[in-house]
Design a protein around this ligand. Structure first.
Ligand code: FE2
Length: 195
């Protein structure tokens, strides 16, 4: 009898893992240059190369029409005033869309298209977010507990991290008087130099 995995999978929304699938870890050191406040980044990194998130992908099939999916587990925390976040990416095959389903915690999805237009949506348990093609996406944990979500995408979407590594997102999600706030990166950087 053929094994049910990976057609059938069980995932744990508490730990953000999928039974039998290996997880990839991303630490603070993997996101050097991504957080806006470089002094705060250096201070945090000197203390500990903290785990920021894990990603567990399942690739059940290849070929036209096939889907891949993954579960992400993003820890709560901040670097300075900026909340823990994923690297973010475009899909290497730009037209590929993706569907996110929130499982645990509270956060925001940041979007930025190829022309530089930005917007964001919440992501919470029992909510779904459609990520259009040609759009970079990054997840930010704005809550006190881990943010866990599933992402489902065409098998050939691929991940282009390089474009974001070079230009980053034009918006940041930062703590302003205890409230998660979306700000232009340039405006946030100006608040840092005014101190
Ligand atoms: Fe994606």
């Amino acid at each position: 009898m053929q094994a049910l995995f990976p057609q059938f999978t069980q995932f744990d929304p508490l730990t953000g893992t999928i039974e039998g699938a290996p997880s990839l870890e991303r630490h603070l050191s993997d996101l050097r240059g991504y957080f806006a406040d470089q002094t705060a980044y250096q201070a945090a990194f000197t203390q500990e190369d903290a785990l920021l998130y894990t990603v567990t992908n399942v690739e059940p099939a290849q070929g036209d029409g096939a889907l891949h999916y993954g579960i992400s587990y993003l820890l709560p925390g901040r670097v300075g005033r900026e909340y823990y976040m994923t690297k973010g990416h475009f899909h290497a095959w730009r037209p590929a869309a993706e569907y996110y389903i929130g499982l645990r915690g509270a956060g925001l999805l940041l979007f930025e298209d190829e022309q530089g237009h930005s917007w964001s949506t919440p992501i919470t348990p029992n909510s779904g977010v459609y990520v259009p093609g040609h759009t970079a996406h990054r997840t930010v944990n704005t809550g006190p507990e881990p943010l866990v979500f599933l992402g489902i995408y065409p098998f050939n979407a691929g991940h282009d991290y390089g474009t974001i590594q070079e230009r980053n997102f034009s918006q940041v999600v930062v703590d302003v008087n205890g409230q998660p706030t979306v700000m232009e990166r340039s405006a946030f950087l100006r608040t840092l130099t005014q101190i």
